[in-house]
Ligand binder design. Structure first.
Ligand code: XMP
Length: 308
């Protein structure tokens, strides 16, 4: 059994010894793993840790304000709005794997620029146990990372031995807001994996609005505790609808609401029909570009949780 206060005390000592007086950098996404690591390392080395929050233009509604609001005063925090750089690089790209690769590459570019500015020697990462157990422990615990322009950073992974539920316990002990600690996982490539086909500002905005409605309804109806993830996918399929007495031709949105323990497998739990119907009604009435909402009922496997 993990003793959170013991763990925090021991980690802080360990991190102090590892990093000493050098500078460290972390990519803070606002997810529980990178948030916990940021706060732990800040407690150990203070402002020698720079937490960089990159807006890649693929975040959810309100996410920038939320993450900045929580961390601006608590960390040596740098907000980088690189959304146009990402969206330009993604312009005209349809293939999901291609999108992921581009996002990864631009992210490293942006991040390396920040690491160079502060001459960081260490990179803090929120790796947790399932991340490396899946690769059969082949990744060494202490390793370096060479960045494309030549910087070499030594990795520090404070929660490497922990599982998600344990990271959450540490987050609570560190007084991180409950909303953040229990936040549903959100993939690194963000809405790029939930907008099918070409990415445009318009499609991202539609996906964002639909996603916000899903989140509001699930949270307001206290269903978030039973779901691993709940979100909206904007397909590139257009379907006929009718609004008022006018024929309409708009997007098909798919609702994906899954239960899981570790995302390796997932299933669709019983969902309260009234909530599903409310979500559908709200999306078609509040997001004018959408004419049709459908519900995904496929487990993982055979489907993956994300659509791309
Ligand atoms: P799939 O879609 O493979 O997703 O069933 C399993 C879990 O991983 C998340 N996911 C990602 N997380 N970068 C991430 O940080 C990614 O590229 C990525 N792709 C999927 C997904 O949200 C789910 O929780």
């Amino acid at each position: 059994m993990l003793n959170p206060s013991e763990f925090i005390k021991e980690s802080i000592e360990k991190i102090k010894n590892e990093i000493g007086d050098e500078k460290a950098i972390i990519a803070l996404s606002g997810g529980v793993d990178s948030s916990v690591c940021s706060v732990l390392v800040q407690e150990a080395i203070g402002n020698n840790l720079i937490a960089v929050f990159v807006n890649h233009g693929l975040l959810r509604e309100g996410e920038v304000e939320e993450v900045c609001g929580i961390f601006e005063d608590r960390l040596n925090f740098v907000y980088v709005d690189a959304s146009s750089e990402f969206l330009e690089a993604l312009n005209g790209v349809e293939d999901p794997e291609e999108k992921r690769k581009i996002i990864g590459k631009v992210f490293i570019d942006v991040f390396e620029r920040e690491a160079e500015k502060i001459q960081a020697k260490f990179l803090v990462q929120g790796t947790i146990a399932p991340d490396w157990i899946e690769s059969e422990g082949k990744i060494k615990s202490h390793h370096n990372l060479a960045l494309p322009r030549g910087m070499v950073l030594e990795l520090v992974e404070p929660v490497r031995e922990l599982y998600k539920d344990e990271v959450r316990e540490i987050g609570l002990e560190l007084n991180l807001p409950k909303k953040l600690v229990y936040r549903q996982p959100f993939p690194g490539p963000g809405l790029a994996v939930r907008v099918i086909g070409y990415l445009t500002e318009e499609k991202l905005a539609i996906c964002r609005k639909a996603d916000e409605i899903v989140r509001e309804e699930i949270i307001n109806n206290n269903l978030d505790g039973n779901l691993w993830q709940y979100f909206a996918v904007l397909t590139d399929t257009k379907v006929t609808g009718v609004k008022g007495d006018q024929r309409d031709f708009g997007y098909l949105v798919v609702l994906r609401m899954v239960a899981s323990v570790d995302a390796m497998t997932a299933y669709i739990p019983e969902l309260p029909w009234d909530v599903v119907r409310t979500i559908s009604k709200r999306i078609t009435s509040e997001v004018s570009e959408v004419t049709h909402v459908s519900l995904s009922i496929s487990d993982k496997p055979p489907s993956t949780i994300e659509f791309a």
